[in-house]
Design a protein around this ligand. Structure first.
Ligand code: MRU
Length: 366
């Protein structure tokens, strides 16, 4: 996608180092930073310089390639994998990408592992771009159909939560790819952007990237979605996923579940867009997904730009109040209208997923 007219990705190699957009500086500054070592990649994931399930996987893949430039032994391959796997617990793309890297590199002689590591990480990134583009095409058809069924209104309101756009992936995004394609096709889409406290991925990242592409949008406080649905102001919701079980339970940014409940109550179609690398075939019950708990300061404090243009962090809570910062929640499959994957749209169920991905019939948990 483009920033100021320039095609940009979230992550790209530069010889034997890697550069990423520093998402902790958005929307106020667009800067990129260099990752030279596996430890740099691990730090970037842990501190959320990069975030979003597919981008976490892509960064971990490059982290392994970087580790090979330091020491391409079996021991270091295992060490880097352990280090990167411990950075964030919920997005399953992390473990998936590390598994892909290990399977590719372990059988090779150590002298070939740097080149093969960068090639495999680049292939993971290209596959993500292709999958997101395909998700966009399938989601576009749903938007077109709902817009037609609604009598082609002048404004078609889509609600999204957190950031599941190109900043969460390598390019295009998952939940936002259909929206970009609908906008580019001339459909009058308008996006309600949940601010997504505590880290404000909606206000800071989704609003930034939609704005950069010229997609009409309005940021709303997280509590506003139910009201808008009740008043018929939301035609559909599309969100991303950090981990989807074989039975179609969806784990995504905290607050997704409440939006799904409200959508269910008001008959608003609630779609989840995800590449198959986000499916955890080993789990059936969403309640078994490990849920990340982060520092309470992310709830207690907030950053923004003051009138003089300086970015400042301020505390919102009384000094002695404690805060709880649970980063994800689980939306049971029964509240999900459909899963939009790179292979098409399916019911959020074991049968639906296996219909599109029959090769997982043996490993899909029941
Ligand atoms: O904590 P984050 O910012 O990594 O969480 C990101 C989300 O929850 C996204 O909605 C999810 O990864 C889907 S992204 C394509």
């Amino acid at each position: 996608m483009k920033i100021a007219g320039r095609s940009t990705r979230t992550i790209w190699p530069t010889g034997t180092t890697v550069r990423v957009i520093d998402q902790t500086r958005l929307p106020f500054e667009v800067i990129d930073v260099e990752l030279r070592t596996a430890a740099d990649a691990a730090r970037a994931i842990r501190t959320m310089i990069v975030r979003g399930a597919p981008l976490i996987g892509a960064t971990a893949a490059y982290g392994v390639a970087l580790a090979m430039t330091e020491d391409s032994s079996d021991a270091n391959l295992a060490k880097a994998s352990t280090l990167l796997n411990a950075t964030r617990p919920t997005a399953v793309n992390l473990a998936w990408a590390l598994g892909e890297m290990r399977r590719t590199l372990a059988p090779l002689p150590t002298a070939q592992r740097v080149e093969a590591g960068f090639a495999k990480a680049a292939a993971i990134c290209e596959a993500d771009v292709a999958q997101c583009r395909a998700i966009g095409g399938h989601g576009l058809r749903i938007i077109e159909q709902l817009w037609n069924n609604a009598g082609k209104p002048d404004r078609f309101n889509i609600l999204t939560h957190c950031n599941a756009g190109w900043l969460a992936c390598v390019d295009w995004g998952t939940a936002l790819a259909p929206i970009y394609m609908a906008h580019d096709a001339g459909l009058p889409v308008h996006v309600w952007v949940d601010e997504t406290r505590p880290r404000n991925q909606g206000a800071a990242l989704t609003a930034f990237e939609l704005g950069a592409h010229g997609v009409p949008h309005t940021v709303i406080a997280d509590n506003t979605g139910g009201h808008l649905m009740q008043r018929g102001q939301v035609a559909m919701a599309i969100v991303g996923s950090d981990r989807t079980t074989a039975s179609g339970d969806v784990c995504n940014k905290i607050g997704t579940y409440l939006k799904a409940l409200a959508a269910h109550a008001h008959n608003v179609p609630f779609y989840v867009a995800l590449p198959s690398s986000t499916v955890d075939w080993s789990l059936s019950d969403g309640m078994a997904i490990p849920i990340e708990e982060r520092d309470e300061d992310e709830v207690a404090c907030i950053a923004g730009r003051d009138k003089d243009g300086r970015v400042q962090e301020v505390r919102l809570l009384p000094e002695n109040s404690k805060a709880l910062n649970i980063a994800f929640d689980v939306t049971p499959a029964r509240y999900v209208t459909g899963l939009i994957t790179e292979r098409g749209v399916c019911a959020a169920s074991r049968t639906g997923l296996l219909g599109l991905f029959p090769e997982h019939a043996k490993d899909a948990a029941e």
